[in-house]
Design a protein around this ligand. Structure first.
Ligand SMILES: [Zn+2]
Length: 146
């Protein structure tokens, strides 16, 4: 059993409407983040409070989705995204930093071993967003912007 107090805390930090707006946004090709009203730091994925300065108020902002791929790895068997494997997609996981600041671990599509060797010495390289329809939901991946 979860104690009522714990549930209350989770609702505060991860309320339904934040998550809903985020996922609906992706389905419409929009990337929503939260911008701190105090220090201007951008929280992505969106949080209600600022992780940079601790201020409690943030507001909606939209990211371009463009950024740079700073590093990448091929996923091992254990953490492979099986849904992507099933679709026969070539991809790597890497650190993407949005032009607006925040960095995330993301899936970058369209990179096979040969392509990986090509870009390995050229990092960081530009990437752009791919709003990928997984069937039940739309998620955010990236591809090389070239
Ligand atoms: Zn802040």
């Amino acid at each position: 059993m979860t104690s009522p107090e714990r549930m209350k805390t989770e609702e505060f930090w991860n309320p339904e409407h934040i998550v809903e707006k985020f996922w609906k946004g992706l389905a419409e090709g929009k990337i929503y983040a939260r911008k701190c009203k105090e220090c201007g730091a951008i929280e992505f994925p969106p949080h209600l409070a600022c992780n940079t300065c601790g201020y409690h108020e943030t507001e909606w902002t939209e990211l371009s989705g463009k950024g740079i791929l700073k590093s990448f790895v091929f996923t091992g068997v254990l953490n492979a995204r099986l849904e992507l494997e099933d679709r026969g997609l070539k991809y790597v996981c890497g650190e993407v930093q949005f032009d607006e600041g925040p960095a995330i671990n993301a899936v970058i599509l369209g990179i096979n071993k040969k392509k990986a060797r090509e870009i390995d010495g050229k990092l960081p390289v530009r990437v752009r967003p791919v709003f990928y329809d997984m069937g039940r939901y739309t998620t955010l991946f990236f591809e090389l912007d070239e």
